[in-house]
Design a binder for this molecule. Sequence first.
Ligand code: AMP
Length: 254
Amino acid sequence: MTEIIKTASEWKQLKKSDAHKEKKIGFVPTMGALHAGHSSLIEKCVKENDLSVVSIFVNPIQFNDPKDLLNYPRTFEKDFRMLEDLKVDFLFYPDYKEIYSDNFKYRVIENELSKILCGEYRPGHFDGVLTVVLKLLNIIRADRAYFGEKDYQQYKLIDGMCRAFFLDVEIIPCPTVREDDGLAMSSRNLLLKSEEREHAVKFSKLLQSNKLPQQIKAELENLGFKVDYIEEIDGRRFGAVHLGKVRLIDNVKI
Ligand code: AMP
């Protein structure tokens, strides 16, 4: 049985109870609409720790586009069944007021990596991500927290924040899980129309090809994608494109 916890104080009581106080805790933060990408992180978390906690919180602060927030898929019943099937011990499911009692007056700002790639095209996005992750890590106080390489820039920023602020948690990166045709799994894939879904695979194929970034960008634009960026940094190729109303990101090791 997965137990739902809605407040930080409830979790604090549980965590210090005799039943739990000595246990190793693993944590997977998510925004819900769970898929096999999420379940790979969750399975690892359940396997490597005595207690597993998954959070579902659609963080409004990290959406720079209000329409994107409004359209973000929400599939709570299905998500909860998945957590039960994966034998997750606790679901942390707070509301906005619980997380933002300060109304976002306090925030975490990073000045380098958060300004490039997605940060350049989504101003304020990573401030929102880092702020909510710091809050969640401070509430859950896990020994290990799991993040997907699908969002590689996010993982690096979170890892850097934890070291900068001496947080006592191990940040564990997990490989990107892909659909059979190679498209990186994402909650936003649910929003693609069927013809867009077929088209989307060309983004992952070109990103994984041995072509140069500017060639990839030009080919994607010819295919009708709106390209935010295709860039290579530190042995990785990163890309972000728009297909209809949906923004897709991906990255591969080169
Ligand atoms: P999200 O719900 O999109 O905020 O994602 C929650 C966590 O799952 C983040 O650490 C993501 O990087 C990770 N994640 C999402 N999609 C994938 C995927 N296809 N493969 C691996 N991890 C993923």
